[in-house]
Write a protein that binds this ligand. Structure first.
Ligand code: GLN
Length: 277
């Protein structure tokens, strides 16, 4: 099949999902190794059967609701490129608000030791480390996530990763930090139920916060963080805008001060932070 024909075939099949030309071009790039520019120049080239079949099977996965980022094994975050697959949550633009806020706070501190909990693909730890030009520690309960996070961290920062596998602070028993940041699972069962097909393909373990209101894991982080923070150290969390008010009260209850909120690009409250007294 000629490339031009392959492209038409894929675009026809993709119509139901209103996939954009760009998405189809990326699928073709993945299957044939031809860049978008080359695809235009080589439209009349013959494409071998293996690549043609691969492109069709990738498109099928997309039509079944699998996110493009998993099909292409790539997602951009903070201008950096991250490997992703079905073992990790796909980094969201909203989370750049958490990175921005963490950077502002980290710059107030001298040589801060930073920890990213529930790191997933390693997006937050990598972006902070890249900007601060210093190592950032990270952990996750999922061994597969840590493997991916380490790869992403090394590729983008060149630093040796300081990573551990385990449940929240459990692997950091002996450690104390200046700044702890996390985008932990915080969705409720109901929110996942009504989410897009793409979200349903993401690891449930990375989405579901627990305890009915989705704040199960966040409650544990806020309660346990003070014993892993230096005095005046910061805790910063991402949550859903419907949870931020409750998070503020939890921060207050645990004795945090200078508590603040940041809105995401959509104007929704997304980040909550405070300082250990
Ligand atoms: N923001 C994500 C979503 O709404 C959820 C991320 C998370 O649970 N940490 O899909």
């Amino acid at each position: 099949m000629r490339l031009r024909e392959l492209k038409k075939h894929l675009l026809d099949r993709a119509k139901s999902l209103e996939l954009k030309n760009l998405e189809v071009a990326l699928i073709i790039e993945r299957a044939t190794n031809l860049s978008k520019e080359e695809q235009i120049l080589k439209a009349e080239d013959e494409i071998d059967e293996k690549s043609t079949e691969l492109a069709i099977s990738l498109l099928k996965r997309r039509l079944m609701g699998e996110p493009s980022a998993y099909i292409l094994n790539e997602k951009e975050f903070w201008g950096l490129s991250f490997y992703v697959d079905e073992n990790v949550l796909i980094p969201r633009p909203d989370t750049e608000t958490l990175v921005e806020t963490a950077l502002l706070k980290a710059k107030e501190l001298e040589n801060p030791k930073i920890l990213d909990l529930c790191t997933g693909s390693g997006a937050i730890a990598t972006a902070l480390s890249y900007e601060m030009k210093t190592q950032v520690s990270f952990s996750d309960i999922s061994e597969k996530a840590i493997e991916i996070a380490r790869k992403n961290y090394i590729k983008n920062t060149g630093f040796k990763p300081i990573s551990r596998i385990g449940d929240l602070f459990e692997p950091w028993k002996d450690k104390i930090f200046d700044l702890i940041v996390s985008n932990p699972p915080y969705l409720t069962e109901e929110w996942i139920e009504i989410a897009s097909p793409e979200v349903k393909k993401e690891p449930r373990e990375a989405l579901l916060g627990g305890e009915g209101d989705g704040l199960g894991i966040i409650r544990r982080i806020i309660k346990e963080a003070p014993s892993h923070l230096k005095e005046n150290g910061y805790l910063l969390l991402e949550a859903d805008y419907r949870q931020i008010g409750l998070c503020v009260r939890l921060f207050e209850k645990e004795g945090f001060r200078d508590i603040g909120i940041k809105k995401d690009l959509a104007g929704l409250e997304r980040v909550v932070y405070g300082r250990r007294s």
